[in-house]
Write a new protein. Sequence first.
Length: 70
Amino acid sequence: MTQIKANMAGNVWKIVVSKGDTVTEDQDVVILESMKMEIPIAADEEGIVKELSVNEGDFVNEGDVLVIIE
């Protein structure tokens, strides 16, 4: 099981995947917004989205879990 974490603080602007989706390595899963910039967060490895830990509009800190892939 892999946890995809925020690499910086910001707002969850868009969630690109849904629970049960198959993702590939380096595929964008969440887009954060910070200081008027969009920062894509990509999967570290391929797998199936088991859990979305955030919702669009949520504020996250660096290190917060965004998505869990198995």
